[in-house]
Design a protein around this ligand. Structure first.
Ligand code: GLN
Length: 484
């Protein structure tokens, strides 16, 4: 059961071959067995999940209609709101906060009879690439327990890789879905900006982030995307795509597909063996009839700097609301409101979040706004234009997702710059707003390597199609980590 794909599980539940309750029990049993080691989940909602499962089983018994995710268990990142369930962004400052509403993605999953199992660990407020910056402590990589699972959606990726859930949701501001997908050998997709509603996603940097699907196979990832994508009146940044995302276009057929391979995304810091694995996959695509060309996108060398200025600036503004009055935690402080605010923020936020609030506030301050924030916005426009012109000539852009295989727990957490450098290949697409998927493409000494495919606005089907071709050739989904 744990190995079945979400599409198969849903079909079996709908046709009464297996009870939703049995499915749910099996996955919670797996969690009980392995999550003591992996620590992917921070909160389980088993009672609710079982109730849902029984309701679904009754519907099956009455031959009622069921949705596309009938009885499929789903893990959700701890920054997505479920009505009445504590959500904390892995931060002490939100401890005890229970949102009074469902995020749109949660409502859409429920409407298709998917079952949410619980919330997964992450870097605090999604700030990080390793899931070590968490008030709950680090999540471990199921492929090697002394390594990081990537971040910030590391809990979601580890849960899927360790077969604790067939599907998960993450959020991606600068790589937080694709990085852990690459490090855990699963598929993770950052949708086009505006394709998936952010209503009910706790904000880090609004102009960059999207909620997206994570799964072991491209088909499952595409299924979850088809359910969460689409215009939402509750999020005015969502748009109606020119053509709705169409699952049937994801066939793994790459004949004639034109691939750009930018040399900047294989730059300094890229481990040669990672580049080698990615190139092998590009040559496979060539054998299948695709054509590639090595190109240069000169503005990309400024992407990381621009990303961090913009992300931190937006974060400093978004996180101003946590003052101990409206949400979660309040410090025990004497004196006037300003003392209560500052003590709450001092005790409530972790060190990385504080660093970013301080840097972001600085970048936005009157004397430096032009020099940092405004300049970063200009670089952002250059990068977007470069993607748009590249994607006129080519259908997709391929690169490594991460420059290295997963690193050791503790290796980078004290050295923020080296952690930020891990995001060189993932942040450009967030600045541009285009979609990108990470698909497993190999292993180096037992550690996963992911390949990134970026594409045109709202053409997720095209990038998933290329990812599927790679998956069909390599069949890496059949490899399992040995956590037991
Ligand atoms: N690692 C990046 C950061 O720390 C990306 C995080 C994300 O996508 N949420 O900002």
């Amino acid at each position: 059961m744990l190995r079945l794909r979400a599409v198969e599980l849903a079909r079996m539940v709908r046709e009464g071959e297996v009870k939703a309750e049995e499915v749910i029990e099996a996955f919670y049993e797996r969690v009980a067995k392995v999550d003591g080691k992996v620590r992917a989940f921070v909160r389980l909602i088993k009672e609710r999940a079982l109730e849902e499962a029984r309701r679904i089983d009754q519907t099956v018994a009455k031959r009622g209609r069921l949705g596309k995710l009938a009885g499929v268990p789903i893990a959700i990142k701890d920054n997505i709101c479920i009505k009445g369930v504590e959500v904390t962004c892995a931060s002490k400052i939100l401890a005890g906060y229970r949102p009074p509403y469902d995020a749109t993605v949660v409502a859409r999953i429920k409407a298709e009879d998917g079952i949410i199992m619980g919330l997964t660990n992450m870097d605090e407020f999604a700030m990080g690439s390793s899931t070590e910056n968490s008030a709950y402590g680090p999540t471990r990589n199921p492929w090697s327990l002394d390594r990081v699972p990537g971040g910030s959606s590391g809990g979601s990726a580890a849960a899927v890789a360790a077969r604790m859930a067939p599907l998960a949701l993450g959020s991606d501001t600068g790589g937080s879905i694709r990085c852990p997908a690459a490090f855990c050998s699963i598929v993770g997709l950052k949708p086009t900006y505006g394709h998936v509603s952010r209503y009910g996603l706790i904000a880090y940097a609004c102009s960059l982030e999207q909620i997206g699907p994570m799964a072991r196979t491209v088909e499952d990832c595409a299924l979850l995307l088809s359910i969460i994508a689409g215009r939402d009146p509750k999020d005015s940044t969502t748009a109606n795509p020119p053509r709705p995302f169409n699952l049937s276009e994801v066939k793994g057929e790459v004949k004639g597909v034109r691939i750009a391979v930018p040399k900047e995304l294989f730059g300094e810091g890229t481990e040669p063996r990672v580049a080698e694995e990615v190139w092998k996959a590009i040559h496979l695509l060539e054998e299948l009839g695709a054509k590639y060309e090595e190109v240069s996108m000169p503005s990309l060398k400024y992407a990381l700097a621009a990303y961090y200025v913009i992300a931190m600036s937006e974060a400093s503004s978004n996180l101003a609301r946590y003052d101990g009055v409206r949400y979660g935690f309040r410090a025990n402080a004497e004196g006037d409101w300003s003392k209560v605010y500052s003590k709450t923020r001092e005790e409530g936020f972790g060190p990385e979040v504080k660093r970013r609030i301080i840097l972001g506030t600085f970048a936005l301050s009157a004397g430096y706004y032009g020099r940092y924030y405004l300049k970063a916005l200009k670089v952002r426009s250059l990068i977007r234009n470069e993607y748009l012109s590249m994607l006129k000539k080519f259908d997709v852009i391929i690169s490594p997702t991460m420059p290295t295989p997963p690193f050791e727990i503790g290796e980078k957490v004290e050295d923020p710059l080296s952690m930020y450098m891990m995001d060189v290949d993932t942040v450009p697409v967030n600045l541009a707003g285009v979609p990108a998927v990470s698909v497993p493409c190999g292993f180096i000494d037992g550690l996963p390597v992911g390949l990134q495919v970026a594409g045109r606005f709202f053409e997720e089907a095209a990038i998933l199609n290329v990812a599927l071709a790679i998956e069909t050739e390599l069949k890496l989904y059949s490899k399992e980590p040995e956590v037991a």
